[in-house]
Design a binder for this molecule. Structure first.
Ligand SMILES: *Cc1c(COP(=O)(O)O)cnc(C)c1O
Length: 476
């Protein structure tokens, strides 16, 4: 081995750098939790950022110098003023677990390569299925993200419900599914990837709480069938990404049963409520779903990416990818829970179960309940701070940790422009991180309370800044 190569693999160097790095991260963690830095988001334009990193690569930096720069130039998710996207503040235990997953570097697609990780994955899935009220017959796989999870579940629905064997013969019929007009865009992409075309997605309108109008579904199904479509599935949202609205899963389940449709629940965000005795009723009916997707990296304290697809009947999952890779599976016809690659798109798969397994084993599921309850409580605090401000308006009273609101102290035709400009300036100044969304073509400011350290202080500060910017902008 040449000198450079052997130096790259030296355990003593790893030890020294590792200690220094953990010290740096712990300092950063403390500063973030205490909102001690002037900014949550060190904003740079894409060009500025590229220029920096492009040049930095040539400076031959030391490892800790490089990683320090990454921390300085990244959004501080752990800052209580991060009230933006749905990604969580990872619990420190899970960050260390991730390090070990990378150290072990076992592929988790097949048992032989993932002796620990694959078994942990089954444990995690069993726990989740149980929390969701499913029977012991349930089971599933973990995927790198909810987007891939939803595609996996819908491919399974197609294998089981489509009248033809699409996998072998391609598709001749016009398959379709029904989904809320507020559903996450990955459902539309999954339909596109499956080749159903834009007419393969039947959008169900929502009520004033942004919940799917189940009462409209029989009529929409009749229309679709009359038009020659083969509707095979309904996707419920628990909750929606934009407003955190929970569809009536029990009603959708009844509709699916009566019409022989696959019932999939996209619970990427809100599936976490299954851990909370106080809030799990919002998921009532999820136990009736044929398949469910949940993200651990949203409300469950886990770093990206860790998601799961759960099938109410575990064996359904083996229908998703029927073609066999004989070199991976000794007996291709065996349905082995431990050969995960039979049921998921991914071949080399990370040891993602370890992150959530660590929390469940070391801290217990009560910790996850406490986190969900804390985030929900802080969200209600945010509502109580918005309510008395006459120039701010809520889109809907939140049922989860997502809040949409806007400034209304300007003429209605200025609203979208001013709210979008408020959000742009907030990002650029960087103290608070919030996002925006479109609801019925209008621009709203959007917050996800995702850090258990966020308090009324940060929330009031953020709202003050919104109002201050709004007043400045309304004057010009
Ligand atoms: C976040 C989200 C997704 C996408 O999940 P990723 O893990 O980001 O791929 C899908 N559906 C809903 C409802 C979501 O909130």
């Amino acid at each position: 081995m040449n000198e450079e190569l052997s130096s790259a693999y030296r355990p003593e160097t790893f030890r020294q750098q590792g200690h220094a790095l953990i010290d740096m991260l712990a300092d950063q963690m403390a500063a973030s939790y205490g909102a001690e830095q002037d900014r949550t988001i060190p904003w740079q334009s894409p060009e500025e950022s590229f220029r920096f990193w492009n040049q930095f690569a040539d400076t031959n930096p030391k490892l800790t110098e490089l990683l320090g720069e990454v921390i300085r130039r990244s959004i501080r998710i752990s800052d209580p003023r991060f009230i933006g996207h749905q990604i969580c503040t990872p619990a420190p235990d899970t960050i260390l677990a991730s390090l070990v997953a990378d150290f072990a570097n076992n592929g988790n697609g097949v048992f032989e390569m993932g002796i620990a990780g694959v078994a942990m994955e089954k444990h995690v899935l069993d726990v989740i299925a149980h929390q969701m009220g499913m029977e012991k017959t349930a089971g599933g796989v973990m995927t790198s993200g909810g987007t891939l999870g939803n595609l996996t579940a819908l491919l399974c629905a197609r294998s089981i419900k489509a009248p033809e064997d699409v996998w072998r013969h391609g598709q001749s019929g016009r398959l379709a599914l029904m989904v809320s007009e507020q559903a996450h865009y990955c459902i539309e992409r999954a339909v596109g990837i499956m080749g159903w075309g834009t007419e393969g997605i039947i959008r169900v309108p929502t009520n004033d709480r942004f919940q799917m109008r189940v009462d409209q579904m029989p009529g929409l199904l009749d229309d679709a069938r009359r038009a020659g479509k083969q509707v095979i599935a309904v996707v419920g949202s628990a909750c929606t990404t934009s407003t955190g609205s929970f569809d009536d899963l029990t009603a959708i389940a009844q509709f699916c049963k009566a019409n022989d449709l696959w019932f999939h629940v996209d619970a990427a965000h809100g599936g976490a409520l299954a851990f909370s005795p106080t809030f799990r009723h919002r998921l009532a009916g999820i136990e009736l779903a044929d398949s469910v997707v949940i993200d651990f990296h949203k409300m469950l304290m886990t770093p990206v990416l860790a998601s799961a697809v759960i099938m109410r009947r575990a064996e359904d999952g083996f229908q998703t990818f029927r073609q066999q890779a004989d070199y991976l599976f000794e007996q291709a016809e065996d349905l082995n829970w431990h050969d995960l690659a039979q049921r998921t798109f991914e071949c080399t798969k990370s040891m993602m179960a370890l992150k959530i397994y660590t929390l469940l084993a070391v801290r217990g599921s009560e910790l996850l309940a406490a986190n969900v309850d804390q985030l929900m409580q802080t969200t209600q605090k945010l509502v109580s701070l918005i309510d008395p401000r006459p120039d701010l308006e809520l889109a809907v009273r939140p049922d989860c940790n997502i809040v949409c609101f806007r400034y209304t102290g300007c003429s209605p035709d200025q609203r979208c422009k001013i709210n979008a400009e408020i959000r742009k300036r907030m990002i650029e100044s960087g103290e608070y991180y919030i996002v925006q969304t479109k609801l019925h073509d209008e621009t709203w400011l959007r917050c996800t309370v995702t850090n258990p350290m966020t308090t009324a202080n940060e929330l009031s500060g953020m709202l003050d800044q919104v109002e201050l910017l709004a007043k400045t902008l309304s004057r010009v």
